[in-house]
Design a protein around this ligand. Structure first.
Ligand code: ZN
Length: 446
């Protein structure tokens, strides 16, 4: 009985399994992996050259240059819809402006669901923003169980860690006291940040050395700038940003030298009531509508993006679709209302189709490529060119004219493809087997 059930389940799984064909049409440089680096509570107002931070009373606050933190493509005007840690992290990973911690747990809601479907492992080192649904999205995460700088408590949660990563994270968990001992004042907050940066850097180097062909998405959150803003005041807050600029540089170099895309951002910013305030905030009513709480940095370093300062208004919900676009992954985020920011120097076409269809891409009457699969990615297409996309098979034919100003998505599945006859038959058979099994068990018990 059990065997029959397993065979039927296998049949059903095989029937719905999807395969991805990646077709790269030109010699383009796409990143193999990515780092999503979130600096908790880091307002771009305090280091972007275009911006000047002010306190609630209108007085001008200090800022810093942040030279290393302006690499790559920089988006000037991007804001979080909700300057609250858990919510803003949920917006970052789902691309949905109304997301919360619960949304992150829904199927196909996050960037991690998409990366996993395309052969990535999801790794994380997080001091804040590491709520339960966020941790569950990761194959392995080194995280802080509390928000204490004085008595930090670090833990590891793992399910499918690449070999050696658990051991490495355990070593880094043990190294934290060494970073924190004999520090005081703002130095303690910087040491806490540096520990997470160095731990994340060690994970990246380990992946490069021992898993060179394994794609990964590493999410990092450092918590010291946010804690410093809350507990120390505006002068030390800017001092912590200068320290971050220095301590971040080695990780930036490693990403840049190893074909790893780097997305540098924050969950929200920080506001102060007056100059020389001893406490700051971002989420309470007093602070939450201040530009200094809402404005966040977004800087992207990737071999397939340029070095530009981007104007225009963007939202934090645009980060997830942009990250997927840079990695040439389809934006199949279930709840996203954000749109990919055009930072890639080519475009890609993502097609979902019946795997029995033949999908072909044409340019000026010439066939560029032809393939069959349930998911096809045509990457590396020059921007601002026109293409014809065709799909043919079993009496159906589709044709689309595409003018490529950015990535495009198409679905060439027939309308009733949700459950086909084979799936329905398989489900009925499985139900019959289960009901039959219950009868047998009942008779044995009787
Ligand atoms: Zn935060």
């Amino acid at each position: 009985m059990k065997k029959v059930l397993i065979i039927l389940l296998l049949l059903l799984t095989l029937n719905t399994a999807s395969a991805v064909s990646e077709i790269t049409l030109n010699d383009v440089k796409r990143p193999q992996s990515a780092i999503l680096f979130i600096v908790d509570g880091f307002g771009s107002s305090y280091y972007y050259p275009e911006l000047t931070p002010t306190a609630i009373d209108g007085s001008e606050l200090n800022k810093t240059g942040g030279l290393n933190l302006t690499f790559g493509t920089r988006v000037v005007n991007i804001k979080t819809p909700h300057p609250v840690t858990g919510i803003a992290h949920s917006v970052i990973v789902t691309g949905y402006s109304e997301a919360n911690e619960e949304t992150v747990g829904y199927p196909d809601a996050t960037i991690y669901d998409i990366t996993r479907q395309h052969g990535f492992v999801n790794l994380a080192v997080m001091e804040k923003g590491d709520f339960s649904n966020m941790r569950n999205e990761q194959d392995i995460i080194l995280f802080a169980e509390n928000n204490s700088i004085d008595k930090p408590l670090v833990s590891i949660q793992a399910k499918n860690a690449p070999s050696g990563i658990y051991e490495l994270m355990f070593d880094w968990k043990m190294k934290l006291p060494g970073y924190m001992n004999s520090t005081s004042g703002a130095g303690k907050y910087s040491a806490y940040n540096k520990w997470a940066i160095d731990a994340a850097h060690a994970v990246v180097k380990e992946m490069i050395k021992n898993h060179p062909s394994q794609k990964f998405l590493l999410t990092v959150n450092i918590g010291g700038i946010d804690s410093g803003g809350h507990n120390l005041g505006d002068d030390d807050y800017v001092k912590l940003i200068e320290d971050l600029d220095r301590d971040f540089y080695p990780l930036y170099r490693t990403a840049s030298d190893n074909n790893i895309a780097l997305f540098f951002t924050a969950d929200h910013g920080m506001s102060f009531a007056v100059k020389n305030a001893r406490r700051g905030g971002h989420s309470s009513e007093k602070y939450s509508s201040k530009q200094e709480s809402l404005r966040i940095p977004l800087v992207i370093l990737s071999p397939n993006t340029g070095h530009a300062v981007l104007g225009g208004e963007y939202g934090q919900e645009d980060i997830a679709p942009t990250l997927l676009s840079v990695l040439d992954l389809p934006d199949n985020l279930q709840y996203a209302d954000g749109k990919a920011i055009n930072v890639k120097n080519y475009a890609s076409i993502f097609v979902k189709a019946d795997s029995k269809y033949t999908v072909s891409l044409w340019n000026s009457g010439r066939k560029l490529s032809e393939s069959s699969d349930s998911e096809l990615i045509f990457a590396g297409l020059p921007l601002n060119a026109s293409y014809t996309l065709k799909a043919k098979g079993s009496g159906s034919a589709f044709e689309e004219q595409v003018s490529l100003d950015s990535d495009k998505q198409f679905n060439f599945n027939s309308a009733n493809s949700g459950l086909n006859t084979r799936s329905i038959v398989a489900i009925i058979l499985i139900l019959a087997v289960i009901i039959g099994g219950i009868f047998v068990i009942k008779r044995i018990q009787d």
